[in-house]
Design a protein around this ligand. Structure first.
Ligand code: SAM
Length: 221
């Protein structure tokens, strides 16, 4: 069974390189108390996001989809003490779990959790004219991916990094006629990125503890 090997390899590299501490382990486990217990990124993926943020020199990060704050902690640590993360979450129940995890991880002061539909929160950020973000991580409801990309483009400048999670979906992305709105949300955001000359992008397929999936990594030219 190759998927068992993927998971073991994932564990091997996570243990060797990712540097997941107790606060992160607890945050991952606490997702059991949220509306989507299995939906956080893996340790290696979290470490990848943090590395991207550091390579980009990101000081301001925007996240769509907080859940228990697992990916948020990775990103918040990457932006450093002077950095700022805004994370958008629909469910107050999840936001409450996340806030506790952010405190435990020592990053609560640099993170703002905004509760409500992310499309509304995103619009409010645009209307408030907030300082642009350096990295945007899109990981909320997948049918809204194109909307979130549009918001990300309004809230960033050239050089910014935009990451979209869960774009492979066990290969389901290939089905143009899929009646799964999440697959259609992925395909629509792929089309939007492909059609946008202001973006350069690629997709990293991932296997591991969460099966077969992947992330789009894009950069504003
Ligand atoms: N980024 C998190 C991590 O890796 O630790 C996982 C996020 S989980 C995949 C998706 C989250 O998006 C859930 O917490 C869900 O409640 C939230 N969500 C779903 N629809 C939303 C919406 N319309 N606006 C904001 N958040 C939404």
């Amino acid at each position: 069974d190759p998927s068992a090997t993927w998971a073991e390899v994932d564990d091997y590299f996570a243990a060797a390189l990712a540097g997941e501490d107790d606060a992160l382990v607890h945050a991952a486990e606490s997702a059991a108390a949220t509306t989507m217990p299995e939906a956080a990124v893996t340790a290696n993926q979290g470490a990848f996001l943090a590395l991207l943020a550091r390579v980009a020199g990101a000081r301001r990060v925007l996240e769509f989809g907080t859940l228990a704050g697992y990916s948020t902690i990775w990103l918040a640590r990457a932006v450093g003490e002077q950095g700022h993360v805004v994370t958008l979450e629909l469910e107050e129940r999840n936001a409450a779990v996340a806030r506790q995890n952010l405190v435990r991880a020592g990053v609560a002061e640099r993170v703002e959790v905004r509760v409500g539909p992310a499309a509304d929160s995103g619009r409010a950020l645009v209307e408030a004219g907030v300082e642009p973000f350096d990295l945007v991580f899109i990981d909320a409801d997948k049918p809204s991916n194109p909307l979130y990309l549009a918001a990300a483009l309004e809230l960033t400048r050239p050089g910014a990094v935009i990451v979209v999670d869960n774009v492979v979906r066990g290969g389901a992305v290939l089905d143009a006629d899929s009646d799964d709105p999440r697959v259609q949300g992925v395909r629509a955001v792929v089309d939007a990125i492909a059609a946008n000359d202001g973006l350069e992008a690629t997709t990293l397929q991932t296997v591991g503890g969460k099966g077969w999936d992947g992330m789009i990594v894009a950069r504003r030219r």
